[in-house]
Write a protein that binds this ligand. Structure first.
Ligand SMILES: Cc1ncc(COP(=O)(O)O)c(C=O)c1O
Length: 375
């Protein structure tokens, strides 16, 4: 068996030849950024593909999160999850907002609505939930809380490209949703992101904010930022869109194969979202508990020793990083479920180009540990 490295992910990268005509168009237009033709086309095609009203493209998901908070003029405290990538909470600190961590639910790994409600104070202005691994949050319960307490909801939907529920795109919920198109994401533009918003007025404000606050050549209405996506990134997005359905189907095939092979292993559990296929299979997390012969960290190391690079997403919890751990809400007693899941989770390699042979290397290693202990 080959010992070539297998990484947790690999970007979706169509043939270079397919990209060259896009580059020729950009060279001919001589417009490299500031809302050019590629940018306009990608916003429209993404809105159509995702089934949403308005898409505002950005140069990263993080800048999109920062701008979403500015667009809704969020201040004070925002309730969010410790079980995510640091950018979720960093976007709050960059806006001078205090993050308040609430615990997650053990099945979805998303914010537990009851814990959200318990964390509300007179300073709370918004909720920032994450559809972790692309698995939908309890959107109705969260909206009920937001309506009752007059709070805004900004979803960090960085993992959720193409995820739908019974009523349509998951991105239609809340006041705004933010996508990341980072290279590691299901849909990538090398770097990039977007804000999904329901109405043209908010989209206009967001478009001004991402362009330094300019309205026209001589008028600046807000202290905006440079959040613009370049024509090259937008063009790559247009090319990605042509391959996205196949990429999502390949991810689904890989996830179902893992489900089949790993579901009956003692000490390993698979999140319901993967078994029930409510996600876009952007990640393949498993939980390793004490019934498995070795610890999560030992399995992580065993895989590494065999050139398989799994990742412990999301360990450590955001609440454990130095800029957050002094907060009252960051204390592990307040975050018992997130703390437990962070100790058990391991994300296995999943990406469209992962071959069955490569996947079998991952599965065999996990099973070998078990067989070695039983023999
Ligand atoms: C949950 C989450 N939020 C935000 C981000 C930030 O996105 P970006 O890397 O595009 O800035 C990421 C990923 O990178 C993420 O996983």
């Amino acid at each position: 068996m080959s010992n070539d490295p297998i990484y947790v992910t690999q970007p979706l990268l169509p043939d270079l030849e397919e990209f060259l005509p896009y580059l020729e168009q950009i060279w001919a237009s001589k417009q490299l950024t500031n809302g050019g033709n590629m940018h306009r086309q990608l916003e429209q095609q993404l809105a159509d593909y995702l089934g949403v009203e308005h898409v505002a493209l950005f140069n990263s998901g993080t800048i999109a999160l920062l701008t979403a908070l500015q667009a809704l003029r969020i201040t004070g405290e925002v309730i969010t999850t410790p079980y995510s990538f640091v950018a979720t909470t960093h976007s709050l600190l960059w806006n001078g907002i205090r993050p308040v961590f609430a615990d997650i639910d053990p099945h979805s790994f998303n914010l537990d609505p009851e814990k959200i409600e318990a964390a509300i104070t007179p300073h709370t202005t918004a909720i920032m939930p994450v559809h972790c691994y692309g698995n939908p949050c309890q959107v109705q319960a969260i909206q009920r809380i937001a309506d009752n307490y007059n709070l805004k909801v900004i979803y960090d939907a960085a993992h959720s490209f193409g995820v739908r529920d019974a009523g349509g795109s998951i991105l239609r919920h809340g006041d705004l949703s933010v996508l990341s198109f980072h290279a590691t994401k299901v849909f990538n533009t090398f770097e990039g992101g977007a804000i999904i918003c329901p109405d043209a007025k908010t989209k206009k404000r967001i478009d001004q904010l991402k362009n330094f606050g300019f309205v026209d050549e001589v008028t600046v209405v807000a202290n905006g930022i440079n959040g613009k996506m370049s024509e090259i990134n937008a063009a790559f997005g247009l090319l990605q869109l042509k391959h996205i359905d196949q990429a999502l189907a390949q991810r689904q095939h890989i996830a179902q194969r893992y489900n089949q092979q790993l579901k009956d292993i003692k000490g390993i559990s698979i999140p319901a979202g993967l078994l029930e296929q409510t996600t876009n299979n952007s990640y393949y997390p498993i939980l390793i508990d004490s019934n498995y012969p070795i610890s999560r960290d030992a399995l992580y190391q065993r895989l590494r020793d065999n050139s398989i690079y799994s990742r412990r997403y999301f360990y450590p919890l955001i609440s454990q990083f130095p800029m957050y751990r002094g907060l009252v809400s960051a204390q592990p007693e307040n975050l018992a479920t997130a703390t437990e899941i962070a100790e058990k989770v391991l994300c296995l390699p999943i990406y469209p180009a992962l071959t069955e042979d490569e996947q079998d290397r991952v599965i065999s290693l996990i099973k070998d540990v078990l067989n070695a202990c039983n023999s």
